[in-house]
Design a protein around this ligand. Sequence first.
Ligand code: FUB
Length: 441
Amino acid sequence: MHMKTHHWLTLAISLALPAIGGAQNPVIRDQFTADPTARVFNGKMYLYPSHDIPSPVERLKQWFCMGDYHVFSSDDLTEWTDHGVIVDQNDVPWVQPDSYSMWAPDCVYKDGTYYFYFPSTPKGEGRRGFAVGVATSQHPEGPFTPLEQPIEGVNGIDPCILFDTEGQAYIFWAGGGLRMARLKDNLTELASEPQTVEGLPQGFKEGPFAFERQGKYYLTFPWVQDKTETLAYAMSDQPMGPYEFKGVIMEQSPTGCWTNHHSIVEYKGQWYLFYHHNDYSPEFDKLRSTRIDSLFFEPDGTIRPVTATLRGVGISDARKRVELDRYSRITPGAAIAFVDETDKFKGWKVAFTQKGAAVAYDRIDFGSEAATKVTARVKAPAGGRLSITLSDGTASELDVPRSEDWTLVSATVPSAPTGLKDLTVSLADGESVEVDWLVWE
Ligand code: FUB
């Protein structure tokens, strides 16, 4: 079966090739991470998400539940380091203990100090509203020291800090509309009365993210028109507007996650959209996971809509596991499923159920030393055969023995590939073969 004859179901491909590695969505695979704010500090990507957890308290069993923040960093958007907890709800003087409401944060740098902004529930019997506090550090990965009091005048959630081209800082947040104010030089007090961003169409809910590019200001935000949040944006020549609405950046989540929350950042010459879906928790959308896809601007500065992909960004290393289930394209007769429904962090597999079905995975780096062997983790109760084809047209056949359990099978790779290749795996024989991952050596 040739690639050209496939009817591909998903054609969502990221075109940028900036990083060597295997970034796939979701990018953090051992815990839930939501509301991902990405910031570049010292040439490295830092990720400051909220930390969703299954609620230990009855009142939040069906709601958002977050008690602390972790920060992650990466050089290549592929390998992420978890630097651990940087702020815990019970270490913040003004936060109601065990309120589990450490919602979407932001972090910025100024004059030798990193300022971490976070919303939470202030102390006080029966308090329900949110305030926004600041914690500071000399390092982007912390440790951060929380200030005694939240920022006076900011009542709401989802703080985002914008610096204009002169270095003046502004804070945007959600609280009875999309609110904004100038910040004083200390970045911890308001320098102007909060005001509402006017002129946006109805549908704003939360999660504003503002940034500047080539002298234009972009105000991006979750926006509901139908059932769940899309991501939309407006543009202005001034940081405080007036903003002109431009449209949708990302459509509603196909998995029905009600929220989406994002950040947009340039790294090594490529722009990225960080956002979240509920990949590891399809049945409960308050346990979310960070994803990344490439973002592009049109020549007039508007944003080209971004399609959510499983493949994500970056280049996968052939010598590390290539998770085929994070595919670029798939045909009928192949589908993905969790490897273990009782432990979803074990990830996904591809199940081939029809001869000829195929899954394509783009951008694998075979390096400069020829690979001579491919190994796959597979399962096939009645046995089968896989065809492993690279974009240079060469193919290997992998005989899969009868196996009720996962097993490793290997084959020689006659073409000895080097460099960058795309991969297609198809079912050459058999009726049911599952693939967890492939690796070359
Ligand atoms: O994570 C809790 C809330 O859900 C955030 O603050 C919102 O933006 C939404 O993502």
